[in-house]
Write a protein that binds this ligand. Structure first.
Ligand SMILES: NC(=O)c1ccc[n+]([C@@H]2O[C@H](COP(=O)([O-])OP(=O)(O)OC[C@H]3O[C@@H](n4cnc5c(N)ncnc54)[C@H](O)[C@@H]3O)[C@@H](O)[C@H]2O)c1
Length: 340
């Protein structure tokens, strides 16, 4: 038997459309819808962390394995294998590096190995964008982005697709030079917006229709008392917003509630652990809203809290789209994986 696999590096993935945010948002929506319909297998994350205490992870790093199967038009199995080296910036290397392996769902043989680093950023931006589409005020004009690292540009890109009404973006990072650079880069990239770097998130949060947190924070720095009427507060990473942000929310929405509880690093997960919220307090997962089982935002006054933990099937959806295109266009390096 001879069996080949396709290797797609970052350059090939770019040529195959990995940077297309609208496509990534389509993939994310389909992944959420298929999850809600039960047409996925998502066994959850296996976290391999370095250090003795959970907080050591933010210094010493981790590698996570996220296997899955996504049905529908994708019909593909695979795994996302994502390394996170928080101190990599000192060596000029990206914090996150991602490899995705796709497996034929029938034979289970690998069919593709792809660089998934940009996939991961795009699909996380896409998840944020889908949340904004469903949960932000229709005329949202002001946004605060907290954490101006690798994820932030994609968060902004997707936000502008979902709410082209956004005109003012505040950027907050504990490393002020990072938010300053982000502001310059984003104003050069996106016409018609003003990006203002801020030293302190308070005043910006009080003015923002959308607060999007993509930091490495382990202590909350966004307070519930700052949220204005109609705000959407997005906890895209760990413990970034305080309990009052959730307490003040009229709706709590998640991407994957079971995984959030299992991972136990975000605000809403801690509140569940502390007995302050119950399963039934979660208004909806995104798939339930997309499939019309639950409503999203219902008026311009409600405050909504959103937490995303992510899932490997989001990455599998994007990589499968690129892989299918690679087969059509005869792109990528073909590697004889198994030879007689
Ligand atoms: N929800 C998801 O699906 C998903 C997917 C990918 C990444 N993430 C998470 O998003 C976060 C950001 O990822 P990234 O790749 O952009 O990381 P990154 O290291 O490139 O950027 C993180 C930024 O946050 C800043 N920061 C750290 N602590 C802060 C604090 N207390 N207050 C303000 N800013 C702070 C850092 O200075 C840095 O600029 C990570 O926690 C990651 O785990 C979530």
């Amino acid at each position: 038997m001879n069996h080949g696999i396709v290797f797609l590096n970052n350059k090939a993935m770019r040529e195959l459309g990995v940077l297309d945010m609208k496509e990534a948002m389509h993939d994310a929506k389909r992944a959420y819808c298929l999850t809600e319909k039960g047409d996925v297998i998502a066994p959850g994350k296996c976290v391999m962390r370095w250090g003795k205490k959970p907080e050591d992870e933010n210094v010493l790093g981790r590698i996570n394995a996220m296997p899955g199967y996504i049905g529908g038009e994708y019909d593909m199995a695979g795994i996302k294998w994502i390394g996170s080296g928080p101190m990599n910036y000192k060596k000029g290397l990206p914090r996150a590096s991602v490899t995705v392996i796709l497996n034929d769902p029938d034979t289970k043989l690998p069919v593709c190995i792809a660089d998934g680093t940009e996939v991961s950023v795009k699909r996380t931006g896409a998840s944020g964008g889908v949340a904004i589409e469903l949960l932000a005020k229709s005329n949202a004009s002001t946004m605060l982005i907290c954490g101006t690292g690798a994820q932030a540009p994609a968060q902004l890109e997707a936000a502008l697709i979902s709410r082209p009404t956004i005109k003012t973006v505040y950027a907050y990072d504990i490393r002020h030079e990072s938010s300053k650079k982000f502001a310059e880069n984003m104003m050069a990239k996106f016409a018609g917006i003003t990006v203002v770097p801020v030293d302190n998130p308070e005043e910006a949060a009080k003015k923002s229709d959308i607060i999007d947190c993509v930091t490495l924070a382990t202590d909350p720095f966004i307070k519930g008392e700052w949220l204005k009427k109609g705000a959407l507060v997005m906890n895209m990473a760990d413990y970034e917003v305080d309990y009052d942000c959730v307490r003040r929310a009229n709706k709590i929405v998640c991407d994957y509630w079971d995984t959030i509880k299992h991972r136990m690093i975000s605000t809403v997960a801690f509140m569940w652990r502390d007995g302050l919220i119950k399963d039934e307090d979660i208004h909806a997962e995104l798939g339930e809203i997309l499939n019309g089982k639950k409503c999203g935002r219902e008026n311009d006054d409600e405050i909504i809290y959103f937490n995303a933990v992510g899932a490997g099937i989001l990455d599998l959806a994007v990589v499968t789209r690129c892989y299918k295109k690679a087969l059509e266009q005869n792109k990528g390096i073909k590697i004889p994986y198994w030879e007689d």
